[in-house]
Design a binder for this molecule. Structure first.
Ligand code: NAD
Ligand code: MG
Length: 383
């Protein structure tokens, strides 16, 4: 039996992970499950999976969690530090599925235990960059990418040498506004933005897909996971989301990974790695799919990928500032406080201010993140 912790157990990736664990109950012992504030749902999951520990990130939700778990023998805790302690308890596999930089400190705590981390929480890697990759190397931890594109690349790289890679090609669905004009984008509402054509995901990543910032964050994520150099990482729009990404080698061979747009496929690849496991996915019906299409991204309508590339080229604190400003702007958009196109504009303006020095530690990254949110909120006139 292997042990597993799921950070962000009540979210979209958390639910997909637990669905697979449920189908293979005998193989896993659950250590920690966490949520932000959904105490009722978390308690139900903790009881079902007989977790050792359940933690809410928001301490105000702890009394409700305590009450819901009374008599179960399951430990409970609340607050950001309790999330870190839950991750530090260690497990053979930690699934990092908290959304945003809020997940960074717990991910770093899991890395320090030297185990295997299945990373969905891309914002943590984008913000921390080398601070995280250096910790992975120092503690002998293993990072397995859950993000479907990076999981695809990871699979396409298996058995090959990274020096032989000519290009990594990240596919993007283009999101719900792929065919919208610039004028139409001005009118996009939160409910339109979260209605993704192919994937069923949390609200924040759905908005990121609509602005294409998701692909921008993934560009930076790929740069840290697969060090081939920024010039060798490209983005192509592929509206059907069947090919999850590609790796082109110097001999002219290009490998692709295909699958249904269901996160249980990449999550299963991390749960079973280096083996394979059964999933309830129907086989790909290629004749039914018929045609797969590709187009170049339009950075005039969707400037986020350009901003992310520039932040990656600048390095240092820039990716953490980009991510923090984006988180602040997406929250404001989802709350109905700003229009859709102001998201990327706010990120660009926050980045154009003087950047702090390159972060060298987790504390530095968290300080850059906090400061950038304050600046973004000023620009959003929310401060
Ligand atoms: P979600 O919003 O559905 O779930 C987020 C989870 O994090 C929930 O359990 C929530 O309670 C918890 N959480 C939120 N804020 C928190 C905080 N401040 N402190 C502690 N916990 C907090 O999000 P999701 O769609 O599952 O995405 C999770 C992560 O995975 C994101 O980084 C996202 O970019 C990435 N990802 C998601 C998908 C997908 O298909 N959903 C695909 C690829 C990558
Ligand atoms: Mg992805």
């Amino acid at each position: 039996m292997r042990t597993i912790s799921v950070l962000g157990a009540t979210g979209s990736v958390g639910a997909s992970t637990l669905d697979l664990v449920r189908r293979n109950r005998g193989e896993w012992r659950v250590v920690a499950l966490t949520a932000n504030c959904n105490a009722a749902e978390l308690a139900t999951l903790a009881r079902e999976f007989e977790a050792e520990l359940a933690v809410v990130g928001d301490e105000a939700c702890l009394p409700e969690l305590r009450e819901a778990l009374a008599g179960s023998g399951i430990e409970c805790a609340g607050g950001p530090q309790a999330l870190v302690e839950a991750a530090a308890r260690g497990a053979d596999l930690t699934v990092a599925a908290i959304v945003g930089c809020a997940g960074l400190a717990p991910v770093m705590a899991a890395i320090e235990q030297g185990g295997t981390i299945a990373l969905a929480n891309k914002e943590a890697l984008v913000s921390a960059g080398e601070v995280m990759t250096a910790a992975v190397a120092r503690h002998g931890a293993t990072l397995l990418p859950v993000d479907s594109e990076h999981n695809a690349i990871f699979q396409c790289l298996a058995g090959n040498r990274i020096e032989d890679v000519r290009r990594i090609i990240l596919t993007a669905s283009g999101g719900p506004f792929r065919t919208w004009t610039a004028a139409q984008l001005e009118t996009a509402t939160p409910s339109q933005a979260v209605a993704h054509p192919n994937w069923d995901m949390g609200a924040k990543i759905s908005v990121d897909s609509a602005t294409m910032m998701n692909k921008g964050l993934e560009f930076i994520e790929a740069h840290h996971l697969f060090p081939v150099g920024l010039k060798r990482i490209e983005i192509v729009v592929h509206p059907q989301s069947v090919i999850h990404s590609l790796v082109e080698y110097r001999d002219g061979s290009t490998l692709a990974q295909l699958g249904p747009s269901d996160m249980r496929v990449p999550i299963a690849s991390c749960l079973a790695w280096p083996q394979r496991m059964e999933t309830p996915m129907a086989p790909l019906d290629l004749p039914k799919l018929g045609t797969l299409t590709f187009e170049a991204p339009d950075e005039m309508r969707f400037p986020a990928t350009r901003l992310a590339r520039e932040a990656a080229q600048a390095g240092g604190a820039a990716p953490a500032v980009l991510n923090a400003a984006n988180e602040a702007a997406v929250a404001a958009f989802l709350a109905g406080k700003i229009g859709f196109t102001r998201i990327a504009l706010t990120v660009e303006r926050t980045l154009s201010r003087t950047l702090p020095p390159a972060p060298a530690s987790l504390e530095d990254v968290l300080a850059v993140d906090r400061e950038a949110r304050v600046r973004a909120d000023e620009l959003l006139e929310l401060a």
